[in-house]
Design a protein around this ligand. Structure first.
Ligand code: SF4
Length: 147
């Protein structure tokens, strides 16, 4: 998770609190919602009983964001974009079974489980990836150290 995403969750934690599983609440209260483990240099969310602390019959961050009119408002980018990801050459792709050594054997990553093309079912995620790419492009262009 990026620092601004952590700050946003921290600042809004009380909105999610009553929706968390009791064991997740207890753990977050004691140790916070981040682990010391890092992925691509950034901290990761804690899990308890095999699930992310923000999971409770679905993503609590998604649910609260949706109630406020933007389901991506509180979700870490990596979660909001799933199953879209960037490869080593900074190209977006859709994670799926049998492609780019996909490790997760999830039903939702199996192209055989649906007849709807990803370009259709992932329109919101694709738009979000596009938004992130445009923001990245703008910030790179407006950064004086890159001129
Ligand atoms: S989508 Fe992300 S934040 Fe939400 S429950 Fe899953 S791992 Fe946690």
């Amino acid at each position: 998770m990026y620092a601004d995403e952590v700050d946003r969750l921290q600042a809004n934690l009380k909105k999610f609190w009553s929706l968390l599983r009791p064991e997740a609440r207890a753990l977050v209260e004691k140790k916070g919602f981040l682990t010391r483990r890092r992925r691509l240099g950034e901290p990761t969310l804690r899990s308890v009983a095999g699930w992310c602390v923000f999971f409770n019959q679905g993503c609590v961050l998604h649910k609260v964001g949706a109630e406020e009119g933007d389901r991506f408002k509180y979700k870490p980018a990596v979660c909001a974009l799933f199953p879209i990801q960037m490869d080593e050459q900074d190209r977006w792709y859709v994670r799926q079974r049998g492609y780019k050594r996909e490790k997760w054997d999830l039903f939702c990553l199996d192209p055989a489980s649906t007849s709807v093309p990803a370009a259709e079912s992932l329109q919101a995620e694709i738009a979000l990836a596009q938004r992130f790419a445009e923001e990245e492009d703008l910030s790179t262009r407006s950064c004086p150290t890159n001129e």
